[in-house]
Design a protein around this ligand. Structure first.
Ligand code: SAM
Ligand code: SF4
Length: 354
């Protein structure tokens, strides 16, 4: 697809055309990655962060947030929950921190999780930008995928969303993605959709970036405002929630048509804009679902944006909801699978050995 074709897809608001687009994207998904979703249990293990991104509710400068760190036991318990419920893989996510102690702690946890699940549980990390040696240490300890959103591929827009200092540098983020790929991670990236100052052309360029870099997985979702952040001051520039969600769904469908075999997540922010937002993303071609398995007691501390869903639920309640939600979307659940096309998945072997 050309840039102008992408722009035209992203700009359409005609209901019939959108229905056709989502139908095509579903058919392409079904034919290429199956009519199913892969599961990644999401563990938001700490909200401590050294950065100050203007859009994020847990940015360092937000003094309203009670900071937390889950204990090793709580993290291992959550990983066990995913394993026993046959999720196939987990995502360990946190704010960005850099210290030898943090690095070693994550490495130790990775080894412990691998040991407890006989290498069966796939592990994705999402802990921001780190030096290449840290990425390598974590890779060797057992992480095989890493999520680092580029947030937007427009350097000018990136600069409006972040403080002007070396900690928030667009080129550094691109270099981090390159480090991850070189070390051997399956790298996921993504963007926020419907940001203030963002143009539909920027979004088309984001899609072309994913294609040009042959990204194996993408997690993208609507930007959702948080009242205690600087970007909230520009909320008058935002599309209304339904239109913003619709734009995000068109991004999902366009990406599926552009990259038929990619893994695309139905992200939580979709559900913040509409109770059925994640189901709609599956109906637009997404194939990854990330049930939240963070212990309920800390969930209110990981409010990236207002109206974040599932704050009052625990992992079991989210698990009960999962089957129902995914079936409503008309697809199956691929239990026990990592869902990586490019890596061997030893999970079924591990289970047989148990
Ligand atoms: N700190 C790591 C990082 O930034 O890569 C990982 C955690 S961070 C909370 C994960 C993602 O949350 C970010 O990449 C960003 O896209 C998303 N996010 C933060 N604030 C958001 C908002 N207000 N609306 C939608 N997504 C948001
Ligand atoms: Fe920190 Fe990530 Fe939020 Fe930026 S988006 S403030 S790095 S948690």
């Amino acid at each position: 697809m050309t840039r102008s074709e992408l722009i035209s897809i992203l700009s359409t608001t005609d209901r019939v055309q959108m229905k056709e687009l989502f139908g095509q994207a579903e058919a392409v998904r079904d034919a290429n990655v199956g009519r199913q979703v892969f599961l990644r249990g999401l563990i938001e293990f700490s909200n401590r962060c050294r950065k100050n991104c203007y859009y994020c509710g847990i940015r360092r400068g937000n003094r309203q947030v009670a900071r937390y760190d889950l204990t090793d036991e709580a993290i291992l318990e959550a990983a066990d929950f995913a394993w026993h419920n046959r999720y196939g893989s987990i995502v360990l996510q946190s704010g960005e921190r850099q210290s030898p102690r943090f690095t070693q702690r994550i490495a130790r946890l990775l080894e412990q999780i691998k040991q407890r699940t006989h290498g069966g549980l796939g592990i994705t990390l999402s802990c921001g930008e780190q030096p290449a040696e840290v990425y390598r240490e974590w890779f060797e300890a057992g992480a095989h995928r890493y999520l680092l959103r580029i947030e937007t591929t427009s350097p000018a827009l990136y600069a409006r969303l972040h403080p002007d200092d070396p900690l928030h540098d667009f080129d550094r983020r691109i270099a981090a993605l390159e480090d991850l790929r070189r070390i051997g991670y399956l790298t996921g990236t993504g963007v926020m959709i419907g940001l203030p100052f963002q143009r539909v052309e920027d979004l088309a360029d984001d899609l072309l970036f994913f294609h040009r870099t042959q990204t194996p997985m993408v997690g993208m979702g609507p930007y959702v405002e948080h009242r205690d952040t600087p970007l909230y001051g520009h909320r008058e520039l935002l599309l209304p929630p339904r239109q913003r969600l619709s734009l995000a769904l068109r991004m999902v469908a366009a990406l599926r048509l552009l990259m038929p075999q990619i893994n695309i997540a139905a992200t939580t922010a979709m559900q913040a804009l509409h109770p059925m937002g994640r189901e709609q993303a599956i109906r637009a071609g997404a194939n990854v679902f990330m049930p939240n398995i963070t212990p309920q007691r800390v969930r209110p501390g990981y409010k990236l944006y207002d109206n974040k869903p599932c704050i009052d639920e625990n992992a079991s309640q989210c698990n009960d909801c999962l089957d129902f939600r995914v079936r409503l979307s008309g697809v199956g659940i691929a239990y026990d699978q990592w869902g990586d096309r490019t890596s061997a998945s030893p999970e079924s072997v591990a289970r047989q050995e148990l």
